[in-house]
Design a binder for this molecule. Structure first.
Ligand SMILES: Nc1nc2c(ncn2[C@@H]2O[C@H](COP(=O)(O)OP(=O)(O)OP(=O)(O)O)[C@@H](O)[C@H]2O)c(=O)[nH]1
Ligand SMILES: [Mg+2]
Length: 275
């Protein structure tokens, strides 16, 4: 963590702008407070990626709330968008003073340098590949795919630095830990799957009870007057997994990731977190 943090700090001196990638399902919980501190002074865009998985209304609310704080923010679906034109335009507009200065001084072929940072598995390398227009960075659906910093060149004057995902050492709010595990930012073996599934079922029951009932074909008697742990046990039985609660828990986690409950955002703007 310290080494990775120092590397980011080192590179900050040579980049014009930082692209901070967060998971649109967790626009608060997937921001690394340590990185936030070090990029404080730099031009900065928050990219809410994986917008295709998040609740569109809450994505707009989050963008607005970041913009109101004075930070540029944009939603991206790097999986389906072929060209990230809006993002490229936003980078140029954030750097318009600098670009105008180059142009005034007659500097041709100037390069803009952007550094991409964020926690693991939020889609940093996928976004950069889309910006370059071909698959130059390795991507994968697990945390820790990118191991080193790599410069990638576009043919339109923006150099992009891909960096390994960085998590902070101590996640003090257990809810944040559960959300990160649920999104796939933390290796699946770190948090017990039943804890993560119970967190997810709790949230989904409170906010989307009808969806939970229809996905698992539950009756009212399955969900009322039961703890969430009891609900997980009932699900295990219903799914035919005998007493394999872990299997049922892993199924719930995969069902969340595979949109069985629709597009869900687990962070709500204005929610208070003790960090
Ligand atoms: N649904 C969806 N999946 C995405 C999106 N962007 C990236 N992914 C997927 O998320 C996974 C992680 O993508 P990467 O680009 O490797 O993530 P990363 O942030 O570079 O991860 P590390 O290098 O491990 O830090 C891959 O399976 C991508 O296909 C998106 O906008 N929507
Ligand atoms: Mg990567």
């Amino acid at each position: 963590m310290n080494k990775a943090k120092n590397q980011v700090q080192d590179r900050l001196k040579v980049v014009d702008i930082v692209l901070e990638i967060v998971d649109a399902r967790l626009p608060y919980s997937s921001r690394n407070p340590v990185l936030e501190q070090i990029i404080n002074q730099k031009k900065h865009i928050i990219i809410l990626n994986k917008a295709d998985l998040a609740d569109p209304k809450l994505t707009s609310d989050w963008i607005l709330s970041y913009q109101q704080e004075g930070t540029a923010a944009i939603e991206v679906d790097a999986k389906h968008d072929t060209k990230l034109t809006k993002l490229n335009n936003l980078i140029r507009s954030e750097l318009s003073d600098k670009i105008a200065k180059y142009e005034r001084n007659g500097v041709k072929n100037f390069q803009i340098r952007a550094m991409c940072i964020g926690i693991p598995n939020v889609g940093k390398s996928t976004i950069l590949n889309k910006m370059v227009g071909k698959k130059v960075a390795v991507t994968g659906n697990k945390p820790g795919v990118t191991k080193n910093q790599n410069w990638l060149k576009t043919d339109y004057g923006i150099d992009l630095l891909d960096t390994p995902g960085i998590l902070w050492p101590k996640i003090s709010d257990p809810k944040v830990g559960m959300k990160l595990a649920l999104s796939g930012a933390i290796k699946d073996k770190i948090y017990p799957p039943d804890d993560v599934a119970i967190y997810a079922l709790d949230f989904l029951q409170a906010n989307y009870l009808d969806r939970v009932m229809s996905v698992y074909n539950l009756q009212r008697s399955d969900v009322y007057n039961h703890t969430t742990a009891q609900l997980l046990m009932r699900l295990t039985e219903k799914l035919g997994y005998k007493e394999d609660y872990d299997r049922a828990a892993r199924r719930v986690i995969m069902d969340v990731r595979n949109l069985k409950f629709g597009r869900v955002t687990f962070d709500v703007p204005g929610e208070f977190y003790e960090e």
